[in-house]
Design a protein around this ligand. Structure first.
Ligand code: PGA
Length: 248
């Protein structure tokens, strides 16, 4: 079975609504590629206008965060039904910035993965180790623990629809990319873990992205690796370079 490549931009807290529409228009012809799923994960305030701006193109809309309840007294939060109605298909869950800056733990992240599936949103589940864990050599155990917690109670059929993004924290926004071999090592390990937790068919179907300073210069090599099915791209997703990554 061959997995469909998925290149997702994580815009983080960048672009006002007007700037977001301008970026969609700038990228429109550059990101054309029928063989790739292209996703823009945009700030909540930009979702409605980005969904409109990419209508009729090959671009799918993603969100960066949501809360696990449908509605109610949760000041500042946004719900899955709100995202769905606005045209969102993908949702980033467990990004290291949500874990580290906003204190999200694996219990909440697991609840979000469950809620996303129950709501018809496709999770892009992020995992990754800090520089100190990398140096200590315990990064493999760390990532396995994150995946086991985050997928607790998730079925094989759901995992087949899941995207997992391996994002070493030391490579995010630092300009320091994991080498293609380092990225492949962990992405391969994640696929093996899914085989152990579920079965071979599920491991074969789950899509695994690399993220962390991916750019137009290093994308082709990273994406040539057997267990790297795509990328989650921060900084370079805000520039015409993103088109080069989509077509790498
Ligand atoms: P970066 O961010 O490409 O700017 O390193 C990736 C991410 O955090 O998803």
């Amino acid at each position: 079975m061959s997995r469909r490549r998925i290149i997702a931009g994580n815009w983080k807290m960048n672009k006002t609504p007007a700037e977001a529409v301008a970026l969609c228009n700038e990228l429109k012809d550059l990101v054309k590629n029928d063989a790739v799923d292209v996703v823009y994960c945009v700030p909540s305030i930009d979702i409605v206008c980005v969904a409109d701006a990419v209508k009729g193109t090959n671009v799918h809309v993603g969100a960066q965060n949501f809360y696990i309840e449908d509605k109610g007294a949760f000041t500042g939060e946004i719900s899955a039904p709100m995202l769905k109605e606005a045209g969102v298909e993908y949702i980033i869950i467990g990004h290291s910035e949500r874990r580290d800056i906003f204190g999200e733990n694996d219990i909440l992240i697991n609840a979000k993965v469950k809620k996303a599936f129950a709501s018809g949103l496709k999770p892009i589940l992020c995992c990754g180790e800090s520089l100190s864990l990398r140096k200590a050599g315990t990064y493999k155990e760390w990532i396995a623990r994150q995946i086991k917690w985050d997928l607790d109670g998730i079925t094989a059929d759901q995992v087949k629809e899941l995207v997992i993004a391996y994002e070493p924290i030391w490579a995010i926004g630092t300009g320091e990319t994991a080498t293609a071999d380092q990225a492949q090592e962990v992405c391969g390990l994640i696929r093996q873990l899914i085989a152990d937790m579920y079965d071979a068919a599920t491991a074969e179907a789950v899509r695994i992205q690399y993220g962390g300073s991916m750019n137009a210069g290093n994308a082709a090599e990273l994406l040539s690796k057997p267990d790297i099915d795509g990328g989650l791209i921060g900084g370079a997703s805000l520039k015409p370079d993103f088109g080069k990554i989509v077509n790498a």
